[in-house]
Design a protein around this ligand. Structure first.
Ligand SMILES: NC(=O)C1=CN([C@@H]2O[C@H](COP(=O)(O)OP(=O)(O)OC[C@H]3O[C@@H](n4cnc5c(N)ncnc54)[C@H](O)[C@@H]3O)[C@@H](O)[C@H]2O)C=CC1
Ligand SMILES: CC(=O)C(=O)O
Ligand SMILES: [Mg+2]
Length: 527
């Protein structure tokens, strides 16, 4: 009997490696119960302990020493890849730099691609870059499987990524590449987004999923778009990615860009993000930096709330519990329906939990969190939290890019995923005031998102599957559904090729050989 979440995680890893279709049958019939085990929050614990709990290889690791040979190495992968999720492990959820332990994230995200959007398991490639880690504790741990060197410089990583992007698209010309959990994702996004079929999930996927729920929250708040004001705790890739897409929404609602930009007050680890703060602001923060603070600086979140009187409080700070009782009660005093989105992952990093938000706002908050929280009864009413997690959109974005054979993933495609998500709630969900659809309907939702993204690709002319342009929406939905992998109709035995990180040879199971021995996850007795 498996009792702890991590034991259940390990059981599911084993099931996937030994009976992949059964794993996906189980997952698709129990999405709500099993997603928290294979994804956030449990995947966070699994990544922290990856080197301790590791039993069998999954995915492919590419190390700094492999540079110059990346294209040859990809030839070792025996399947045709449609999509890869790629991380360098440098910012895994809100848990910091976990080096190659971050492999849990590409594996988990791709399992959701299969479960939620029906991408064939064999068409997915979890990819982790072993470019060193600045996590000294891990580097000194005898069981750590990655290279024991500090993280390479930004310029070296750029050089590596340039080679990798060329190699991936040379090997699989239609591949979709999802960047995930990079500490500083902006340079690569800027460099590659027009040239390759790629997107950054933390900046763009998160922006889209939050706008999707936010559209419904603004409607439910009764406050017109032009009167909203937002405080963001956390000004990193996700915070800025979300705010930029909310700006896009405000503009569509008739607010000018300048007015929209002025609706945001960002707080990071150095205080309120202002132009006169005296430190050199990272480039991505400059757009939202305030210039109207008259030399005043941040004292506390509570004082900033008094000053700004926000309608919206977003948390993307990795600071668990930052939205305390005082903060939540202030939001409730200021607003009939305060919008409170503690979005940091995993649950331990969430700025507050659902129960705290409900009790301190008299049940009036419009709530979504990054990790799931249980429903609860309040004043005789069952309240269900929204889950504002990019898992509602990235499967549809990826599937749309694959089906439409997109040459790149445009901002319009990303925004279309948000709009499609906001329309995907059924009558009951809307009547119950939900911001996001029931996660149990995720495959249906992914069809709606996929169609919206394909239509945007067509409008932007980045689609190569031009025959889809003539299809009606109903026909296109049917086409998407038929394209989806169905674990209930599978007899083919699928195997999972894997490689090991360059590693150190100390791990009892790691062969430390990088890539020479591509092994089969179903039959890895020779490891
Ligand atoms: N719900 C979702 O779908 C998603 C959630 N996230 C979560 O958002 C969080 C942040 O992710 P990123 O923006 O990519 O990380 P990041 O490292 O780029 O940004 C973190 C930000 O928080 C700020 N911060 C740190 N300590 C603070 C403090 N004491 N007070 C105020 N600000 C503080 C940092 O200065 C930085 O601006 C993570 O926990 C991640 O798991 C990220 C992507 C998607
Ligand atoms: C959900 C996600 O992508 C993150 O927390 O990084
Ligand atoms: Mg992420």
């Amino acid at each position: 009997m498996k009792t702890t979440p991590i034991e259940k995680f390990q059981y599911l890893v084993h099931l996937r490696a030994t009976n992949v279709h059964l794993f996906y049958r189980l997952l698709s019939e129990n999405v709500k119960e099993l997603t928290p085990l294979i994804y956030t929050p449990t995947v966070g614990e699994a990544c922290v302990r990856w080197h301790e709990i590791w039993t069998q290889p999954e995915g492919m690791y590419l190390s700094w020493n492999d540079r110059g040979h990346l294209r040859e190495i990809l030839d070792n992968w025996p399947h045709d890849v449609e999509i890869t999720v790629l991380t360098d492990g440098s910012r895994i959820l809100g848990l910091g730099d976990l080096g190659v332990n971050g492999m849990g994230i590409p594996v988990g995200k791709l399992a959701l691609y299969t479960a939620c959007a029906g991408i064939r398991p064999s068409g997915t490639l979890p990819l982790t870059l072993d470019l060193g880690t600045n996590n000294e504790t891990l580097r000194n741990d005898p069981l750590y499987m990655g290279s024991r060197m500090p993280k390479v410089s930004a310029a070296e990583e750029k050089e590596f990524l340039d080679e990798l992007m060329t190699a991936l698209t040379d090997k699989w010309p239609s591949i979709v590449i999802q960047f995930e959990d990079f500490k500083n994702p902006f340079p690569a996004l800027e460099r590659y987004q027009d040239k390759y079929c790629m997107f950054n999930d933390d900046v763009q996927g998160t922006g889209a999923v939050i706008v999707g729920g936010f559209i419904n929250a603004v409607r439910a708040s009764g406050v017109p778009a032009k009167d909203h004001r937002a405080i963001f705790l956390g000004a990193g890739s996700a915070g800025v990615g979300v705010a930029k897409q909310i700006v896009e929404f405000f503009i569509k609602e008739g607010v000018s860009e300048e007015e929209a930009r002025k609706k945001f007050w960002f707080v990071d680890s150095n205080g309120l993000v202002t132009l006169d703060r005296g430190d050199k602001l990272a480039e991505h923060k400059v757009y939202f930096a305030r210039d109207d603070n008259n030399g005043r600086q941040y004292q506390s979140l509570s004082r900033l709330i008094d000053f700004v009187q926000p309608t919206i409080l977003m948390g993307l700070s990795t600071i668990g519990g930052a939205f305390n009782k005082d903060i939540l009660q202030k939001m409730a005093k200021l607003n009939d329906r305060p919008i409170i989105f503690p979005l940091s992952n995993p649950s331990s990093k969430s700025e507050c939990n659902f129960e705290e938000a409900v009790h301190n706002t008299e049940g009036r908050c419009l709530f979504a969190s990054g990790s799931p929280f249980p429903s609860l009864e309040y004043n005789g009413k069952l309240l269900t939290p929204g889950q504002g997690n990019n898992m509602y959109v990235f499967p549809g974005i990826g599937l749309a890019a694959i089906i439409s054979k997109a040459t790149s993933i445009t901002q319009d495609m990303i925004y279309a995923s948000a709009e499609a998500l906001s329309t995907s709630l059924n009558k009951q969900e809307t009547a119950d005031g939900w911001l996001y659809p029931d996660i149990r309907r995720i495959r249906e939702v992914s069809v709606v998102v996929t169609r919206g993204v394909i239509r945007a690709a067509q409008k932007n002319g980045v689609d190569r599957a031009v025959e889809l342009r003539e299809m009606s929406d109903d026909h296109l939905d049917q086409y998407i559904k038929e394209r989806m992998y169905d674990p209930f109709n599978e007899t083919e035995k699928t195997t999972y090729p894997v490689t090991q990180p360059a590693g150190n040879g100390h791990h009892p199971f790691a062969n430390g050989n990088g890539v020479e021995h591509v092994t089969n996850g179903l039959n890895n007795a020779h490891l």
